[in-house]
Design a binder for this molecule. Structure first.
Ligand SMILES: [Zn+2]
Ligand SMILES: [Zn+2]
Length: 194
């Protein structure tokens, strides 16, 4: 790193100004050779990261050469602040769980659900599991009413929110099959205990 003029220039406030004044006076270098790979690039922010204490306001190495360093730095930063980072991530997921769900669903089934559609669906169900009536929270499951293996589409009118148990029980069956099976389980056990 080349230090320039002893005391370092303050960040942010000066660097944009510096690039501007140099270019206005026509002193800005048109090209700049990267000190690492020796490639001649236009001396712009497109090819070089900014640096407040450098003459032209740009780093001496090109973006390509600097990138691995920033990546590493980022990962060191990540290691240091992992817990805070994960906490914020969890809070975001919890707060915007319908948004996250819509996006996951769209990636998984290449559909185009919106957070709004899911919110409407959830409210229309009165936030209850459609099969057992238990109150749902952000950990509930989104289910294809007509299973995909039977030609059901990943569109909003073929979706319902279920509790985990009902979704796992229903699995790839049509709703009626699952209800019939539940009845069978219920009746058989009732008879046994009588
Ligand atoms: Zn380079
Ligand atoms: Zn349920």
């Amino acid at each position: 790193m080349v230090s320039w003029g002893g005391s370092p220039v303050k960040k942010d406030t000066t660097r944009n100004h510096k690039i501007l004044t140099f270019s206005k006076r026509g002193l800005m270098l048109k090209n700049k050779v990267c000190t690492k790979c020796k490639v001649n690039y236009p001396a712009t922010v497109e090819y070089f990261y900014r640096h407040s204490t450098h003459k032209d306001g740009l780093r001496s190495q090109c973006k390509k050469c600097r990138k691995p360093y920033y990546k590493r730095q980022h990962s060191e930063y990540y290691q240091k602040h992992k817990e805070t980072y994960n906490l914020h991530k969890r809070l975001y997921k919890e707060k915007h769980w319908l948004r996250v769900r819509a996006s996951q669903w769209n990636t998984l089934y290449s559909s185009s659900l919106t957070e709004h559609q899911l919110k409407e669906l959830f409210e229309n169900q009165d936030t209850l599991c459609t099969l057992c009536g238990i109150v749902l929270n952000s950990h509930c499951h989104l289910d294809h009413i007509v299973p995909r293996c039977l030609g059901g589409q990943s569109k909003i009118n073929n979706l319902q929110f279920l509790c985990e148990k009902c979704n796992k029980g229903k699995n790839k069956w049509p709703v009626e099959d699952y209800i019939n099976h539940c009845e069978r389980v219920f009746n058989f056990n009732k008879q046994r205990t009588e």
